[in-house]
Design a protein around this ligand. Sequence first.
Ligand SMILES: Nc1ncnc2c1ncn2[C@@H]1O[C@H](COP(=O)(O)OP(=O)(O)O)[C@@H](O)[C@H]1O
Ligand SMILES: [Mg+2]
Length: 385
Amino acid sequence: MTILCEPAAGAGQLSPAAGSAVVTAADLAEAGRLLAADPAELLVVVGPSIGLDDALAFAEALRVDRPAAGVVLVREALDVVVLTQALRAGVREVVARDDRTSLADACARSRALSAQVTGVVPRPRAEERRHGQVITVFAAKGGCGKTTLAVNLASVLAAGGARSVCLVDLDLAFGDVGICLRAEPVRTIVHGLGMLGHVDVTGASSLLTACRPGLSALLAPVEPGDAERIPASLVGELLAVLPTMFDFVVVDTPSAFSEHVLAAMDASHHHVVLTTPDVPSLKNLRVTLDMLDLLSYSHDIRSVVLNRSDSKVGLTMDDIDRVVRSDIRAHVPSSRDVPISVNKGNPIVLDQPRHPVSEAIARFAREHVLAEPVAAAKSSKRWFR
Ligand SMILES: Nc1ncnc2c1ncn2[C@@H]1O[C@H](COP(=O)(O)OP(=O)(O)O)[C@@H](O)[C@H]1O
Ligand SMILES: [Mg+2]
């Protein structure tokens, strides 16, 4: 929880950047009362309507009374004199009112610092904690339809807000989840680097982009070179926290068995392995299935999905079955409406719910994800890596 001290008129604009769980105080006296009522409270954001002298006096007092708690000061504009005074009074950061990204970053840094000071990583209260399921969508060959399936599966599961779903774009170098959902990548996984080693619910929430009712996304970096900065351990940490916040976490992946993908596979309750009915894709599917076996992941959590299943490319279903050697749990037909929906930035399951592609994905979600709660994967052969 974060206390945002700002009268109601301005608080609404600052509140989303201050974090997911914000309680508003109209003045510093109320902020003081809220702090006194909750000893675990570690961050006060003081808004631009609160007088500077009062804000500094508050920060100075808090530094003595509650050294683990931080104050982030928001001002109309940044000014060197204010900055110096503020830092002298013990304010952790000063940010300009219209710079929401800096405010979110400052809050995350202050929370991280507080967590280090107290040695306690805040956890959601037991009654708020969820036990969401993680679904990783993978194919070793590019262009099979991983992103298409991940985006549409996440949208189906969110069911217009009936369930909460987070879509994680692990295609760190070329991720296009943001484009498929027309979501602005203001915050991406790159902003999680500062939280490495202490990702918590508040920190994870600050990285997410709200896309549709019930559907949030953790977007891939946009700057060239940023993908290489993301360690697999950050993925592991995020995938430990996100299921406590969402009913489902759907992970879109790159076309390679990276450490990041393995971290996702480890955290997953469902491995959805995708192929298309062509020889290179089927060959890569066979290698992928053998690899998953070698890593001792259970067959029970595995679903093979055949995308563009009706493409006439000279292979019979028998040819395909011989390679797959297990049930194909969904046949998603090929349709030019799929790329059209991508170009519109609206997943086909939302754009045309009765479309055969949408119905195939919805049926898969109903029969194999919603109907079958299972334990997380956790390969036993970690030494293999
Ligand atoms: N069932 C389908 N019918 C027609 N086009 C599809 C279908 N599935 C995916 N596509 C198209 O194929 C291309 C690659 O799909 P994408 O989901 O980006 O693959 P990946 O993420 O595996 O690289 C995209 O242009 C997408 O619109
Ligand atoms: Mg993709």
